[in-house]
Design a protein around this ligand. Structure first.
Ligand code: HEM
Length: 188
């Protein structure tokens, strides 16, 4: 996992549950001295341990926690890296750009890590929807759905999200359909 996401996880816990809880999370994960970096790739297993610890210290259920974290990431990523979405006016444009954004961010990493990042996402485009084929040991399809919904709310678009296949339900990959229904208050 590129370090920005780990960094946001700790910040999110501090922001929502306070410095003491963030401190507990740091202690539990042995990361008191670690400053997660954007230009560093951290093993996915470390991320998984950090997320599990975050659920323990906050007492949250995974779905609710990751959904809220997705909205936090929406603000931090889309606004913090606004250059990637300059001139964009629709949710669909953001969704179609996302794999390219990730690929760009991974471009300085070693081949093996780059492949690991890029192989998580494969986007297919249909007239009324995009279909994300997502396969990752991190099983963060809820994060995907949450960021997509945050983007739609931000742009005033109506979307419907369906996930007919999901790794957490035993499928080999998640298949996330984002169906575009036009701007809020206007016909599609
Ligand atoms: C400017 C926009 C964005 C930036 C800068 C950004 C950045 C990143 C970075 C650096 C990662 C870590 C990649 C890795 O190590 O695998 C990541 C992960 C992720 N991002 Fe984005 N992202 C953006 C937009 C989006 C959007 C629009 C979505 C979904 C609709 C999204 C969904 C995800 C998911 C689900 C992961 C976790 C992947 C995994 O580890 O399985 N991102 N993002």
């Amino acid at each position: 996992m590129i370090g920005i996401i780990n960094k946001l996880l700790f910040e999110f816990v501090g922001h929502q549950w306070g410095a003491e809880t963030e401190g507990k999370l740091r202690a539990e994960t042995g990361t008191q001295m670690v400053e997660f970096r954007m230009d560093t790739y951290y093993p996915d297993t470390e991320w998984q341990a950090q997320l599990a610890a975050a659920l323990r210290v906050t007492g949250q259920a995974e779905e609710a926690f990751v959904w809220d974290f997705g909205h936090y990431c929406g603000v931090e990523l889309l606004k913090g890296f606004s250059g990637f979405v300059r001139g964009v006016t629709t949710t669909r444009e953001v969704i179609t750009r996302q794999p390219r954004i990730h690929n760009t961010l991974s471009s300085t990493f070693a081949r093996e890590d780059r492949d690991r990042i890029n192989e998580k996402f494969r986007l297919a485009e249909l007239s009324d929807r995009t279909i994300m084929h997502y396969q990752s040991p991190n099983r963060l399809c809820t994060l995907y759905r949450s960021i997509a919904q945050w983007v739609a709310d931000e742009f005033g678009d109506t979307i419907v999200i369906e996930e007919p296949r999901c790794q957490k339900r035993g499928d080999a990959e998640c298949e996330i359909h984002i169906i575009y229904k036009g701007k809020k208050g206007q016909p599609a």
